[in-house]
Design a protein around this ligand. Structure first.
Ligand SMILES: Nc1nc2c(ncn2[C@@H]2O[C@H](COP(=O)(O)OP(=O)(O)OP(=O)(O)O)[C@@H](O)[C@H]2O)c(=O)[nH]1
Ligand SMILES: [Mg+2]
Length: 316
């Protein structure tokens, strides 16, 4: 049976040959699909148009269209007080951990290479937010697009291994992957041993922990699915991310304990003044400081090193 296609169809077909972008091609194909009459003679053609559209749509999902899209996929902008990168082999449970820690949805599946692009999620830690970035597994396509850059950029690395696998070998391989990009000692990291609920494997943890300890690396055993030790992991992430919270106080007023300033560990009173306002750097004369029950409004100099939860009153 002849297809009997209207002339507009052939016009669109011509346009399709010249179309450059995926969006344009999809739009034209959809128009062709709308124009085409439906009867026995056009069944095959309709089927093939539909297949073409869905293939292009899939390609579009995979391929970002703009520079901005590429940036979002391969270079996650830092948000919150710190950026923590989760790394590991397929199925180690990176996504499950990020999801459990943030309470946000992240795709999890029993097959390998589930996570296809970087997935930033925000984790609440007491009164601040920390950004956790879930990543595609080591060995996945396109890894070179983000790996080195994100490794250098992150404030902390969480290396996730599954206790059901050969954790010694996995850990060594991950370190090997990282070594061309960063000095191991230059970047704080935590080794997270996941799936500790699998009791037939869990005895492997102790010798592994000993080995890491000898290397000066801290590890933490968890189970993402059984919510084991996740609170400790959260705490460890905060401590290792190298940030402190500092609260500001105006003379004669109560401190503002609602929203802390987050600063790098080792920051001084002067750094804090700068964080509040650039002008304060020149004008600052001294500060008063409250630290838990220890220091109570003590006068401190500009180069005094701050600690987490310090309350500072600047005098200019
Ligand atoms: N028993 C057990 N299974 C877990 C645990 N965490 C994750 N899993 C399972 O392991 C599989 C992989 O989990 P994912 O979180 O998708 O692992 P992933 O590292 O993100 O995997 P890719 O994205 O493929 O690299 C899923 O079937 C999870 O349900 C855990 O603590 N215990
Ligand atoms: Mg994943």
């Amino acid at each position: 049976m002849p297809a009997n296609l209207p002339p507009q169809y052939y016009e669109e077909e011509k346009k399709l040959k010249e179309a450059k972008s995926l969006d344009e091609k999809i739009r034209i194909l959809e128009r062709m699909l709308a124009i085409i009459p439906h009867h026995k003679g056009t069944d095959k053609l309709i089927g093939s148009l539909r297949a073409k559209i869905s293939k292009l749509k899939e390609e579009k999902e995979r391929r970002p269209q703009t520079r901005k899209g590429i940036d979002a996929l391969y270079n996650v902008k830092k948000e919150g007080a710190a950026q923590v990168l989760f790394l590991g082999f397929p199925n180690s449970g990176k996504s499950s951990i990020v999801s459990s820690l943030t309470g946000e949805y992240v795709e999890v599946a029993e097959y390998p290479y589930t996570t296809k692009v970087l997935q930033p999620r925000m984790m609440r830690y007491e009164d601040i937010w920390i950004q956790l970035v879930d990543t595609p597994a080591i060995g996945a396509d396109g890894m070179s697009m983000w790996f080195g850059n994100m490794l250098r950029k992150a404030d902390l690395l969480c290396i996730v291994v599954s206790v059901s696998e050969d954790i010694f070998t996995e850990y060594d391989l991950i370190k090997e992957e990282m070594s061309p990009h960063i000095e191991e000692t230059s970047k704080p990291h935590i080794v997270v041993v996941n799936k500790m609920d699998l009791i037939e494997h869990s005895s492997k943890y102790e010798p592994f922990e000993m080995k890491l300890k000898a290397l000066g690396v801290s590890s933490i055993p968890v189970s993402a699915t059984h919510l084991m030790n996740l609170h400790q992991l959260k705490e460890e992430i905060f401590v290792k991310s190298g940030i402190i919270r500092v609260y500001s106080k105006l003379p004669g007023k109560k401190p503002d304990l609602e929203v802390p300033f987050t600063m790098k560990k080792g920051s001084t009173v002067l750094d804090f003044a700068e964080a509040i306002h650039k002008d304060f750097v020149k004008k600052l004369r001294y500060a008063r400081l409250w630290r838990r029950d220890v220091l109570n409004g003590m006068m401190v100099s500009k180069d005094f090193v701050l600690e987490d939860k310090d309350i500072v009153e600047l005098h200019v």
